[in-house]
Design a protein around this ligand. Sequence first.
Ligand SMILES: Nc1nc2c(ncn2[C@@H]2O[C@H](COP(=O)(O)OP(=O)(O)OP(=O)(O)O)[C@@H](O)[C@H]2O)c(=O)[nH]1
Ligand SMILES: [Mg+2]
Length: 387
Amino acid sequence: MPANLPAEAKSKWRKVMEAKTPEEKLAALKEFMSAIPKHKGTEKLRMQITRQMASLRREIELRKRKKAGRGEQFFVEKVGDIQVVLLGFPNSGKTTFLKCITGANVRSNLSPFSTKKPQPGVAIWKGVYFQLIDTPSIMEGASKGAFEGNRVLALAKNADAILLVIDATVDPLYQFEILRKELEESRISLTKPRAIVKIERKRHGGIVIIGNLENTTQQEVISLLREYGIYHAIVTIEGSATLDAIEEAIFGSINYKPTAIILTKVDQGISKEICEKFARKVHPIPVFLFSEKTCKSFSFDRVAEYIFASLDLIKVYTRNPRTGKVEEKPVVVKRGTKVIEIAKIIHSQLYRNFKYAKVWSTRFKFNPQKVGKDFVPEDNDIVEIVS
Ligand SMILES: Nc1nc2c(ncn2[C@@H]2O[C@H](COP(=O)(O)OP(=O)(O)OP(=O)(O)O)[C@@H](O)[C@H]2O)c(=O)[nH]1
Ligand SMILES: [Mg+2]
C-alpha cells in the first residue's frame, strides 16, 4: 500500500537527508515522524522510522561509551570468499554447528546465551573459502535492541549470506517466523524480492534510472524523487520496480541475503514427517538436517553449493603460463565478470599488460580458445592471461 505522504512530511524528509550528525538526524527523524499521518498505508514506514531512530540512539550511546573506553569490537572482517553468519535462538546449536563444520576452537554449552561475541571459522568447498560466523543468540525484539540483538543483525547485514540455526525440538516454525520478522525489520529479506532498488544520491547529473519499471514511467519516478528533495541520483533496479518499491527505497534499500536453514537436534526423536512438514512451511528456503551425534557425516557441500548459486557467483581457475599449472584455488567472481577484470584481481601488472587470454571450457569444441579482454568466463572455466 503506498504511503501517500503529505507535502509537509516530504519536506521534513529533506531535513533528514540534509542532517550531518547522528544527533541532527535523530532530531530530524522525530520531526518527520510527527508529520506522518497514522493509517494502514504508513504503518511499515512508521515502524521503519522508529527502528532508524532506535539505531541512531544506540549509535550515539555507543560513541559515548567508546569515548569512555568501554566500546567492544563486534564487527568481523571478511576473510575468504563468502561470509556467512549463523543466526538463531539461545541454545539452538549455532556454536556446535560451527565447531563441527569448521573445527573452530569454540565451546558449546547447555546454558543459553553462552556465546557472547561473534566467532569465525572456515569451511572450504571446491577451493571456495566460506567464513562462517557464530553469533550470540537473538530473540524477539532483537531489531529493537533486545539482548544487543541489533548488533548481531548488523553482522547479518554485512555478511553475504545467512544460515538460520533452528532447534527442531522446540517449535521450529515459531523460531523461523521470529527470526524472519526481526530480519525483515532490519531491512533484510531472506527471499529474493521482485525488485532490488538502490538510490545513490549525486551532486549533479539529474536522475538516471537504470533498470526496468513496472506500471510507472521514468517521469513519475523523477517527480516522486523531487518531492523528497532528490534532484540528482542514480537509481539502479534489479528486477522490475513499481513506484511503491521506489518510494520504499527512498527510506533505505532492502538487502537480500541468500538464506538456508540448519535444523538441529533431529536426533532427539524428531520424525521425518515433522522435518518435511517444516520444510514445506518455509519453502522456498532450503532446510538441511543436522545432528551433533552424526555431525561428521553432515555434508556442508550441499549448503555451500546452494549459497554459492544463490549469490550468482562463478569459480574461475587460473593457469600459470610458464608452468602450465592450474591453481587449485579458484578466483570467485560475480557471474558476468569480464576476463580483464579477473586479470586485475590476480595482479595489477597482468591487467596493465593484458594482451589476450586463453580459455579452457567444457562448452568449447576446441580447447583452448584465444579471447579478448571483454570475454566473459563461466563457472569452472580455466583462464590463462597472456601479457
Ligand atoms: N542432541 C543434540 N544436542 C545438540 C545438537 N546441537 C547442539 N546440541 C546441544 O545443545 C546445547 C546448546 O548448543 P550450542 O551449540 O551451545 O547452542 P548455541 O546456539 O550456540 O547457544 P548459545 O550460544 O548459548 O545461545 C549444547 O549442549 C549442545 O551439545 C544436536 O544436533 N543434537
Ligand atoms: Mg553459542
